[in-house]
Design a protein around this ligand. Sequence first.
Ligand code: GDP
Length: 296
Amino acid sequence: MVFEGLAEKLQGALQKLKSKGKLTDKDVKDAMREVKLALLEADVNFKVVKDFIDKVKDRAVGHEVMESLTPGQQVIKIVHEELTALMGTTQSKLNFSPKAPTVIMLVGLQGAGKTTTGGKLGGYLKKMGKRPLLIAGDIYRPAAIKQLQVVGAQLDIPVFSMGDKVSPVHIAKAGIEHANKHGNDVVIIDTAGRLHIDENLMEELENIKKEVVPHEILLVVDAMTGQDAVNVAETFNHRLGIDGVILTKLDGDTRGGAALSVRAVAQKPIKFVGMGEKLSELEPFYPDRMASRILG
Ligand code: GDP
């Protein structure tokens, strides 16, 4: 089950409504209080929770619902719809450039899963019939280049690197030229991460963005870090203008806060989720399916 603790509590709170024939305002309010606590415990951003509960209450405490034949079901339907809306309503797809190559730049903090995700995304695109090229732009973390090469070899996807003595901007540009010459229609640029956001990192990423003008800047964040992941997304978006988020480690025992808050706080969609360490374990993110998984 995804977000086991959260799912159990939400389902518990809503189950009570389902079993009642008629609902009073108080029934709905009590259930909403439980839903609110469950979301807060799952590390969902406080303001996001408040807005969410207000929206559900606005819709659920009214004649239409109370007088329907299955009021409990109606409330659950509203919670489902609002959860889906919170996560972005519809699947948010990658932007492909009409002129090859499409340039995807991956950014994020060290350990978030950027290099692994670069490989996973390459594998996903290859399955779609694309011819991806991975570009090794993380010249600071020892072994990052080697790691990308190993991932590339496993997936049979070429990796462009120039060692660690050349600037990442130069590597990115040369990599795109290489893609042009070799018929690669998508490039994925792996960039450096740090343990924490710092000015040097942001400047370097801004430089790459300015010189390369990527079609997609995707931020890789670790779902296990909860609200920190959301803060990271907000900061990266503010500085770089990201196009979307890839949330990794959703298979771990994350409480769910990041998945539920990122969209509302950073105003950018989750495009993919990492569901394991294996290179095949990347999935497009569907808000409605995630809501169904949480609500059972
Ligand atoms: P980077 O520093 O951001 O490039 O991070 P790495 O790609 O080296 O990943 C850091 C660790 O997270 C590695 O042990 C990966 O196997 C692991 N990892 C990445 N994505 C996922 C995921 O979706 N699920 C799990 N369980 N582990 C992941």
